[in-house]
Design a protein around this ligand. Structure first.
Ligand code: LLP
Length: 436
């Protein structure tokens, strides 16, 4: 019998069948079809509460947790986030529209991105966005103009590049000086944009923001980021008299895709950051600003699991084995984009030996359409069997595509033994509905 890597507490095995959030994945697949994204609602809520609890413990009321909704954006999630009392980070008018449709109060939203259009800025202001996280000088001018037109004073944070390498994969490393995001301290541009923001009559500069990267396991990264940012805040205060009210340290805590990766103790980490920030502020002689964290992945990633049906099983003697599934890079592009590791498991017969190594691949006309290579699998796996990929709650649905005109899977929420469809399966008619 194989050693089943139960990489998160919400995964279990009963009668040699894979259970997720306490529910039988085989029965769920039968009921909702495959491929299907399953999402464990309680796990999402638990993760929100972990952040909120840890922030209250570390900073009292002087802290905020924002869900970075780029990780997974659909109406129901904004409802859950609202119920849990968290703010959100949005990066587009599309995410804003979805949040509004869910009745999410936009005054608790922070609008990120490195290139908001004038239309985005106007749309956000008209709908009462809480904050812009302003990336650059052109954007600052555009926000000033749109705010002036409406006679309001718009709250913003300035996105600052602290010059830190978080040692994660390049595509998600954002805090280095040459990043496309923000204004760098090292080059003097951060100070320049701060001085400019302070002169704008319709801008209320609430403070600063940084985000060093994603899938970060090294807790030291947050201490270094806090150190650089607080030193910058103290420097600006000394030079201009401006006291930043808020410091947003971004998101990025890593999650476990495979057993070899650790499970980060978020509460413990935030405690450490809290202690460090208080000491550092005392040393620098500045007031502790309101601290925000904006996690995406660590809120939803392990609340997700994708279940697929196996199609062809191809054995190329002397070379390799392929197990094809009815999804692939259209619902999970992360191996194709980043070479990300995944655990892949059959959903039944879990007492069989995993006596074959295979590549689990998708159905797209593209050799790179791979979920994972070198996956241990029972050698009698066959067409019609089901297999599951855990940890697919973050950056899967939100990065899904219709390549090869493949419809996107539904999102089925699991909640205390019940299940319900939060996003329905795309139909072929949906796919042609935009064609004139
Ligand atoms: N704040 C900002 C400004 C960000 O850019 C991001 C992620 C977050 C917060 C949330 O970071 P998280 O807690 O989720 O690590 N598609 C990639 C991840 C891209 C992350 C983009 N920014 C992936 O699938 O790994």
């Amino acid at each position: 019998m194989a050693d089943i890597p139960l990489i998160c507490e919400n995964i279990s095995v009963k009668n040699n069948t894979l259970y997720f959030a306490g529910q039988n994945t085989e029965l769920l697949a039968k009921r909702y079809g495959t491929p299907v994204y399953l999402m464990d609602e309680n796990r999402i809520r638990e993760r929100c509460r972990t952040y909120l609890g840890a922030l209250i413990e570390a900073f009292g009321g002087n802290a905020k947790a924002l869900y970075a909704s780029k990780a997974c954006s659909f109406k129901r999630i904004y409802e859950i986030i609202k119920e849990e009392g968290m703010g959100v980070d949005v990066v587009s008018s599309g995410e804003i529209r979805t949040a509004l449709k869910a009745g999410y109060p936009l005054e608790n939203a922070y609008f990120h991105s490195n290139n908001k259009t004038d239309a985005d800025i106007a749309y956000a202001i008209e709908n009462g966005i809480g904050y812009f996280v302003t990336d650059n000088v052109e954007e600052l001018t555009a926000v000033q103009n749109e705010a002036a037109k409406r006679g309001i004073r718009q709250k913003i944070l300035l996105r600052i590049t602290p010059g830190i390498d978080p040692h994660t994969y390049a595509a998600v490393s954002t805090g280095k000086v040459d990043s496309k995001f923000g204004s760098a301290i090292e080059t003097g541009q951060a100070e320049e944009i701060t001085r400019m923001a302070l002169q704008q009559p319709n801008i209320d500069l609430a403070g600063f923001h940084c985000h060093v990267g994603s899938q970060v396991f090294d807790s030291d990264v947050y201490l270094r980021a806090a150190d650089v940012m607080l030193t910058f805040i103290a420097d600006i205060a000394a030079k201009t008299g401006y006291a930043a009210r808020e410091l947003d340290l971004g998101g990025g805590y890593g999650v476990r895709y495979v057993a070899e990766q650790p499970q980060i103790d978020i509460a413990e980490n935030i405690r450490g950051v809290g202690k460090f920030i208080k000491e550092e502020c005392a040393q620098l002689g500045i007031a502790v600003p309101m601290i925000a964290f904006e996690p995406g992945r660590s809120i939803v990633a392990d609340a997700g699991m994708t279940v697929y049906t196996v199609g062809s099983v191809k054995r190329i003697p002397g070379y390799k084995n392929y197990v094809s599934v009815d999804g692939g890079m259209t619902d999970n592009v992360r191996f194709a984009m980043y070479g990300s590791p995944y655990t892949v498991l059959p959903t039944s017969g879990l007492d069989r030996p995993f006596d074959m190594k295979c590549s689990v691949v998708g159905r797209c006309c593209e050799s790179g359409d791979i979920i994972q290579n070198n996956v241990p699998m029972p050698s009698d796996i066959k067409r019609g069997d089901l297999i599951a990929t855990p940890t697919t709650g973050a950056y899967h649905y939100s990065m899904a595509s219709n390549y090869n005109r493949i419809p996107r899977p539904p999102i089925v929420m699991l909640n205390n033994g019940d299940s319900y469809v939060a996003v329905r399966r795309e139909t072929y008619d949906d796919l042609v509905s935009l064609d004139m």
